[in-house]
Design a protein around this ligand. Structure first.
Ligand code: FAD
Ligand code: DHB
Length: 393
């Protein structure tokens, strides 16, 4: 096989890049390790920043998102049994849309197949070759047959556990792990609040989110080494009731659990996102803490930059945009990394019985709830800082 851009991974990053390249007349091949059903069902992120929403519309994949996504103009911070609303629209003029990552992935796969774009599922043994030449190559196995795709560029959009990052020689990585994890559930129950609730209770953090008018998505802070078997449904509901309670009579509607799982908490940044003809994007290059929902939005931001840089190469033989990719992308990555860390520190409870830390978190929450300047800072980061000049593809 021969193509212009070879993309490893059919998550939001790889699929969106293929779509944005297609719109510029650039051909690509997307290789995915899992099957289609698996990637379309994987329950992950749900909050789309303002700019992510605009990007999907501009990419021609916003129709179902606009029809079924839930537009939110604010969010609730809950602590000390009281609720404080952060009004995104009033503070920043921007808002967010709640629309599940698996729905985004479904829309992008449908768009790809519609134009007859190459997208191979269940590929194995992906290896990258000749990345420092003008003819890099991806070798892989598909349906038991060893195959190769020769390209001009290779894009590693294969997530945190993918193979691409390993081909960046001498990259420095920054990493931090945390003494807690998130237990996430999807319930067949109408949401109990119109907006998301980020709650800090002395038992730990809880988040009330949603996917549709009939499906609720919620998370609980649990120990890092927690086993899901220790959390039967009754215990999960009891803890959600306790942590989400307020003094205004909040009631949580229960329902059948459709999915539950534990997500580890980790921050990770690779300080190089390119080498020769290899570029990496999304979770392959960085993982942010989930508090603040930045993961998928950062993947989209990386891909906006990459598609513009690759488009510039094919349209005008420009290489400056490709050369500057890592530097531009990392500025946004570190901003989001800090924001996610800040939200996490403010809303979680240290398992080490750190009474001093508790008071610092509460003081910070009180400041956000009472200061327009702090609330605006939260709102502009949450809805997504505007893409700097030169980020449009
Ligand atoms: P991915 O979505 O990981 O896609 C990478 C793709 O590459 C996958 O389909 C994978 O199967 C494929 N792949 C991997 N290795 C290979 C290989 N060798 N060959 C071919 N294909 C390969 N973010 C939030 O904002 N909020 C959340 O609540 C949230 N929850 C999450 C829960 C979990 C369990 C995880 C893992 C992540 C969560 N995230 C969340 C983060 C968010 O989902 C990611 O930031 C987002 O998926 C990044 O998109 P991506 O395309 O870069 O990577
Ligand atoms: C969701 C996930 C997040 O990490 C977050 O901060 C808000 C919402 C969600 O899955 O709906």
């Amino acid at each position: 096989m021969r193509t212009q851009v070879g993309i490893v991974g059919a998550g939001p990053a790889g699929l969106l890049l293929a779509q944005l390249l297609q719109l510029q007349g650039v051909q690509s091949v997307v290789l995915e390790a899992r099957d289609r059903d698996y990637v379309q069902r994987r329950v992950r992120a749900g909050v789309l920043e303002h700019g992510t929403v605009e990007t999907f519309r501009e990419a021609g994949v916003g129709v179902r998102m606009d029809a079924e996504g839930l537009a939110h103009d604010g969010t609730i911070l809950r602590f000390g049994l009281q609720s404080h609303r952060i009004d995104f629209r009033e503070l920043t003029g921007r808002s967010i849309v709640v629309y599940g990552q698996q729905e985004v992935v479904k829309d992008l796969i449908a768009a790809r197949l519609d134009v007859g774009g190459e997208l191979l599922f269940e590929v194995a043994d992906v290896t990258l070759h000749d990345l420092d030449t003008a003819r890099p190559r991806i070798d892989f196995v598909h349906e038991g047959v060893a195959r190769s795709v020769e390209c001009d560029f290779v894009i590693g959009a294969d997530g945190f556990h993918g193979v691409s990052r390993g081909y960046l020689a001498g990259a420095r990585t920054y990493e931090r792990s945390y003494p807690f994890a998130w237990l996430g559930i999807l319930a067949e129950a109408p949401p109990s609040s119109h907006e998301l609730i980020y709650a800090r209770h002395r038992n730990g953090f809880a988040l009330h989110s949603m996917r549709s008018p009939t499906i609720t998505r919620m998370y609980l802070q649990v120990r890092a080494d927690e086993d899901i078997s220790g959390w039967p449904d009754d215990r999960i509901w009891a803890e959600l009731h306790t942590r989400l309670a307020d003094d205004a009579g909040f009631t949580l509607t229960e329902g059948t659990l459709l999915d539950k799982g534990i997500t580890p908490m980790r921050s990770f940044v690779c300080d190089r996102m390119q080498q020769g003809r290899l570029f990496i994007a999304g979770d392959a290059a960085h993982i942010v803490l989930p508090t603040g929902a930045k993961g998928m939005n950062l993947a989209v931001a990386d891909v906006r930059l990459l598609s513009r840089a690759l488009g510039g190469y094919y349209a005008d033989h420009r290489t400056d945009l490709l050369d500057g990719y890592t530097e531009l992308a990392l500025r946004r990555v570190w901003r989001a990394t800090h924001f996610s860390w800040w939200m996490t520190a403010m809303l979680h409870v240290s398992p080490h019985d750190d009474a001093f830390g508790d008071q610092l978190s509460l003081a910070q929450l009180d400041y956000v709830a009472s200061s327009r300047a702090m609330a605006t800072s939260l709102a502009e980061n949450y809805t997504g800082l505007p893409y700097p000049k030169g980020w449009s593809y």
